[in-house]
Design a protein around this ligand. Structure first.
Ligand code: DQA
Length: 144
């Protein structure tokens, strides 16, 4: 399986951004864990981080032909980006939404995900473990 992983805005700050909420692991450490799990599952993986909504849509478009599945942490875009939602739907990418924190137990604006309806599953609140569960879930997705 070819797996596309996209991290949204401000996730490049992992390690120093609200460690009580997001943990102390850096983006590089998280990506190393993702690559290790992907290798163990026999996946090829492409990992990107972007702070820009348009760039995320361009990455989805550019990699949609290659990817069998998408793991995405849309970060703050989760809560209001109909543009990213529409891109996932339009590209018909089997998608899994992930969050390091438990968005259901935080501020009210974070409890809404406009991305969730176009995803097969959502994993949240387990730090890097949310991503690991998403990768394991992808192993059960039927290939295109
Ligand atoms: C996040 C949760 C979002 O509400 C927040 O804007 C983020 C990270 C998470 O991984 O917990 O940037 O997606």
């Amino acid at each position: 399986m070819n797996l596309l992983v996209i991290h949204g805005p401000n996730l490049h700050l992992l390690g120093r951004r609200k460690p009580a909420v997001y943990g102390t692991a850096t983006m590089a450490q998280l990506n190393a864990a993702i690559r290790k799990r992907a290798a163990a599952l026999g996946f090829k993986v492409r990992v990107f981080q972007s702070n820009s909504e348009g760039r995320i849509i361009d990455l989805l478009t550019a990699n949609a032909g290659w990817a069998d599945a998408l793991v995405i942490n849309p970060a703050a875009y989760t809560h209001y980006s109909y543009a990213i939602r529409d891109a996932i739907e339009a590209l018909e990418l089997p998608a899994v939404e992930v969050h390091l924190s438990d968005i259901a137990k935080r501020e009210s604006f974070r409890r809404v995900s406009v991305i969730k309806p176009v995803c097969l599953a959502q994993f949240k609140g387990e730090g890097a473990g949310s991503y690991m569960k998403a990768l394991d879930y992808c192993a059960s997705i039927k290939r295109k």
